[in-house]
Ligand binder design. Structure first.
Ligand code: F0G
Length: 354
């Protein structure tokens, strides 16, 4: 962490002493991490909370996946991988494609047909991944990928890969580095349940290193139509507008429930309507455009606040996991109407009622 200079832009260099890397590990980086922790004073005041957003959409490929991918691909190269593979609801595939391209290795991504947003698909294709779209959902795609890596020499880069979580735990480090302590609550969307575990690991490691006194309560939110951890059983046909977390059988579900419980937190569900309301609110009142799945974290905080869950003035960090530009279709279909008008000054002025 004293390593100033261009390499300090690489997450692996900044947090080297907490990561499973050696001098022999080739560092494949796109200058990820170091994302802003943006105070949200207007929403915070409305909610009676000290509210912050961790803007993970400002990573190189527009989501938090880059933190894990720099490590998974670097370790893959160190271990001799010539190809990486993942199942994905979109962001993992975009990130894997970018890092594999940077490393000069093959990238295979398996996505659920028709459920990948335009931005994410555009990224995977353009970064050079081989994209297979299966007539099924994420859980089925992941089963196929698991079977492939059991048999063929291809490196898995889903968050089942422990290096993914090692990289993603740095999000927690950055929050503590920035605040000088942990928040009272860390609110985070839950899909395949990797990231909530990664943050919990990060906070715990900082505490063990003497850099943190008290741990945050971890509060995770699934979409109501894809909420296996809330229901207590897998969901065969998960459905939600937040396609990033459209997952019915999370790979790290039990571990996530344990983390939430150990922290004195919870995992609950928010409806698509609550997600979209939060998505539009954060964009219109705090200037922050995140994708729908990311807004589950804020939707959850709004819901819990209305139930009297928090104390006045509690410090809450919502992790906004991916950029709004990933999903332009939802933004446009759910957003305000555009008014069409002739190219005529009088007409324009009349409509604006100026
Ligand atoms: N937010 C976004 C924007 C995501 O893309 C994901 C997961 C999550 C939250 C949930 O994180 O799975 O660690 O609980 N996206 C994966 C993908 C599944 O394939 O891109 P999680």
């Amino acid at each position: 962490m004293n390593n100033k200079g261009p390499r300090d832009q690489y997450l692996i260099e900044r947090y080297r002493r907490f990561l499973p890397v050696s001098d022999d590990t080739p560092v494949i980086s796109l200058a990820e991490g170091s994302t802003p922790l943006l105070p949200a004073p207007r929403l915070g005041e409305q909610l009676g909370l000290e509210l912050y957003f961790k803007l993970e959409g400002l990573n190189p490929t527009g989501s938090f996946k880059d933190r894990g991918m720099t490590l998974a691909v670097s370790k893959g190269i160190e271990e001799g991988a010539g190809a990486v593979i993942c199942a994905s609801t979109g962001n993992t595939s975009a990130s894997a494609a970018a890092y594999a391209g940077r490393a000069g290795i093959r990238c295979i991504v398996i996505i659920p047909e028709g459920k990948i947003t335009a931005g994410k698909l555009a990224q995977a294709i353009t970064h050079g991944a081989e994209v297979l779209s299966v007539a099924g959902n994420f859980d089925q795609a992941l089963n196929i990928v698991r079977a492939i890596v059991d048999k063929y020499p291809v490196q898995l880069v889903n968050s089942i890969n422990p290096y993914r979580l090692e990289g993603q735990k740095t999000g927690a480090f950055e929050i503590v580095d920035s605040l000088g302590k942990a928040p009272d609550y860390l609110s985070i969307p839950v899909g395949n349940a990797g990231n909530i575990n990664a943050y919990w690991k990060g906070f715990n490691e900082y505490r063990e290193a003497g850099l943190l006194d008290s741990l945050p309560h971890m509060i995770g939110f699934q979409a109501a139509g894809a909420a296996p951890l809330v229901l207590g059983h897998p969901v065969d046909n998960p459905e939600t507008i937040a396609t990033a977390i459209r997952i019915g059988n999370p790979a790290r579900g039990d571990q996530a429930l344990d983390a939430a419980a150990a922290s004195g937190g919870l995992i609950e569900a928010v409806t698509d309507d609550e997600i979209i309301a939060a998505y539009q609110l954060v964009a219109s009142s705090e200037g922050t455009f995140c994708e729908p799945a990311s807004a589950a974290s804020l939707a959850g905080v709004i819901k819990k606040q209305s139930e009297g869950y928090f104390e006045e003035g509690d410090m809450v960090v919502c992790v906004l996991t991916g950029h709004g530009l990933k999903d332009p279709d939802t933004a446009i279909s759910k957003g305000r109407e555009v008014t069409h008008v002739a190219a005529d000054l009088d007409e324009v002025v009349k409509i604006l009622a100026l």
